[in-house]
Design a protein around this ligand. Structure first.
Ligand code: NAD
Length: 442
């Protein structure tokens, strides 16, 4: 540990979440239950994973917190904003992800997490009608209010550092606009002009977080920090940003499975993914403009792993007007399943001399159970990055994200292959810990 060139994780870490829904209440409840020794943080790499480091020629397998200083779970203090006034306990019960027996032991702590008023615009999520919102505020006033919220939260809770995590509903798709989103000056001008079309509420949260010295993580597929103006702000404030869209179920499987097709040089003619989902996330995504944001994110995964231009014989199938393999993603709102999403993948591949074959994957998952450990890891690793002096886009966190951020203005290509992402993650931690990079397979 003494090799690490990182400030220590001293004092308390404030975790401010935007959206006190299924994912975040499952995350908070799990952390609080783990702290009491009543649950295990299964799925969290910061709590379990070990990696090889080479210490003066000797290979050792160490946990992350033995390599770099990672905030202890007992030092986390939660806060939140939400459109609905329900506290974290009520919201966890309403979400019906966890059984009451897994919530009750930490009820006292959860009821104290009362959401602050949301920076919200109904046009960005039409299916939501809560009234715990800032009223009559321009975009710039939203930013100022959120900054004050962060400062007050820090003061009232005696926390030394804050990380802001967006795990609120997916907003409608905001295409990147060169005029408003390419420079910080233009972004600020648009906020001050109350340009509601180009400035999503999520951008106000990100702007406020970065300006208050807090890393910002985008867990939904929103474009929020995926614009050059926010990269500029992150550089200016020296804060890390990560996003976008937690890679939990179907896309995790996709980014782990696609490399099998790629490394074996098999052909792909089509990949059809569909889901049924019945929670509030599914309800919001039932609105076509909100689904569009998700679709763009989910579709991007395969394109950089199996690239038609690089292997036209294998991935360049021509289906009439469509060049390249046919990739389709669907999400269907189906209330009876609530948070227990079911995903189906049908993969049409071909082999020797073009003979066709099919692979079917049926994943019966639990959305928030898969997302909660990602929230924890992203929060702890973003805080680590800030203490290590890393700022701007954190590409090494791509491992956790469906549509990893990259500098598209310089034609940078995102890394979507799960195994390459894992290597990037480990090497960043090794580097922060003062150990050499390592490309060997574990
Ligand atoms: N669970 C997964 O596997 C997974 C994977 C990838 C991404 N996500 C994303 O995570 C997000 C959260 O998912 P969930 O299942 O917890 O949804 P949810 O609907 O249960 O919770 C979202 C909460 O955000 C609140 N909200 C919406 N806009 C807000 C705003 N402007 N300010 C403050 N609060 C706001 C809503 O009122 C709601 O309570 C969604 O965007 C979802 O697409 C989830």
């Amino acid at each position: 540990m003494n090799k690490a060139n990182v400030k220590p994780a001293s004092g308390k870490l404030g975790v401010l979440v935007v959206g006190l829904g299924a994912v975040t209440t499952t995350f908070m409840t799990g952390v609080l239950m783990t702290r009491k020794g009543l649950a295990k943080p299964v799925g969290s790499m910061t709590q379990y994973d070990k990696m090889r480091v080479n210490d003066n020629g000797v290979d050792k397998y160490l946990k992350y917190n033995e390599i770099v200083p990672i905030t202890d779970l007992k030092d986390i203090v939660f806060g939140a904003w939400d459109v609905y006034p329900a506290n974290a306990y009520e919201s966890a019960i309403n979400a019906e992800v966890l059984k009451e027996k897994d919530i009750e032991p930490v009820k006292d702590e959860l009821v104290k997490i009362v959401p602050m008023k949301a920076a919200f615009d109904h046009n960005y999520a039409k299916r939501l009608d809560g009234d715990n919102i800032m009223t009559g505020k321009t975009r710039w006033e939203m930013v100022e209010q959120l900054r004050e919220d962060i400062r007050n939260f820090k003061k009232e809770n005696g926390v030394e550092r804050v990380v802001v995590l967006w795990a609120a509903s997916t907003e409608v798709y905001v295409p990147v606009d060169e005029k408003c989103h390419y420079t910080l000056d233009a972004l600020e001008a648009a906020m001050k002009a109350d340009d509601k079309e180009h400035i999503a509420p999520s951008m106000c949260y990100a702007y406020a977080a970065l300006t208050e010295g807090a890393p910002f993580i985008m867990g939904a597929p929103n474009t929020t920090v995926d614009i050059p103006a926010m990269w500029e702000l992150a550089e200016k404030t020296k804060m890390p940003i990560a996003g976008k869209d937690f890679k939990t179920g179907q896309t995790l499987v996709k980014s782990g499975f696609a490399p099998i097709i790629g490394t074996r040089c098999l052909g792909l003619s089509g990949w059809f993914s569909t889901n049924i989902l019945g929670n509030r996330d599914g309800l919001v995504l039932d609105e076509p403009a909100n689904f569009r944001t998700k679709e763009v994110s989910k579709l991007s995964t395969l394109e950089s792993i199996l690239v038609p231009e690089e292997q036209p014989d294998l991935y360049g199938a021509d289906h009439g007007t469509h060049t390249g393999y046919y990739h389709k993603v669907r999400i269907n709102y189906y209330p009876p399943r609530n948070d227990n999403k079911e995903g189906w993948d049908n993969i049409d591949i071909f082999g020797w001399m073009g003979y066709p074959m099919q692979i079917k994957i049926n994943f019966l998952c639990r959305d928030s159970i898969l997302a909660a450990p990602l929230c924890l890891d992203l929060v702890l690793l973003s805080d680590l990055a800030a203490r290590a002096g890393r700022y701007g886009i954190q590409r090494w966190l791509s491992f956790y994200l469906k549509s990893p951020m990259h500098d598209y203005t310089k034609d940078e290509v995102p890394v979507n292959n799960l195994y390459q992402q894992y290597t990037m993650l480990k090497n960043a931690i090794r580097e922060m810990g003062g150990y050499p990079a390592d490309e060997k397979i574990d």
